[in-house]
Ligand binder design. Sequence first.
Ligand SMILES: [Zn+2]
Length: 344
Amino acid sequence: MITGLVRDWRYLNHEMGPYHVESPARLEVIYRMIEEEPDLANLVLIEPREAKEDEIALIHYPSYIDRLKETKGKPRVILDPDTSTCALSYETALLAVGGVLEAARAIMEKRIDNAFALVRPPGHHAEASRAMGFCLFNNVAIAARWLRQQYGLERILIIDWDLHHGNGTQHAFYREKEVLYFSTHQFPYYPGTGSWEEVGEGEGLGFTFNVPLSPGKGDADFLFIFKEILGPIVDIYQPQFILVSAGFDIYSGDPLGGMMVTGVGFAALAGLLLEMARKICDSRLLLVLEGGYSLEGLRSGVKEILFQLSGLKEPPEIEPVISALTKKELEPAFKNLRQYWLKT
Ligand SMILES: [Zn+2]
């Protein structure tokens, strides 16, 4: 497997103040880990570029793009209660989108098999018309629409395992069947969306799939959900490309979350997605960094995933065994699975 990496120190230029959890230190700890890990030295570096305005406009309104552009050079502009910009945020956000697009292009052109875009700011909360929840532009949503436009793909799967529901991504594709959005997230929790009743509308009915979860879910729970709920959907949908909103705030030690996923769990999840991608879409798999606020969680989670993507390690054996209580909690998701995917 040839694995691509988007890694550029300019992604540290965006900062939202000295006490903000979404800090440049998040990427710094990941980049240092990669530098110190000799086995990861042969990952292919993808050169990012600033995305063009018409690419951003695939998802965002021109008025919002202008609003963000106006923050250029200003030391601080407050966009929402927990999202702000500094003088370099606009360029950094363009570079984040452009890095994800270039990784997607490298995969489509078969220069690499899979990739991890280690970028910030994150994107999945960003709506068409506004910044939200530490997110400026919706990197993954733009990439999905760009893949449709550039390569004519008709079935793109977005998997979002971040602790938080990706409201921006869900809304972008709520009425479309060409992009399937599958999210696991703590619920009820920020941003409030993502109940199992949100299933898409019109043409997109059934193509939004939410698995809301109470806190405390660990490696086996996530593996179970990905195998038993996502698995059958993927088999039927046959995506041509898999994008992952990879958040590490489901890590057991994350300060914002209540989930219990470990480094081994991230490895197992990545191993499972690799297998799906290999079987169904020529291995096209692109992970994009979203949240994650434990530096140790980011360091170990990304490391384990990179070992999987590049084939350096075998996926760990984790029995996807869940408690009766969790099984009960997943009943609505299984109901949706039967209603929208397994109808006979
Ligand atoms: Zn998050």
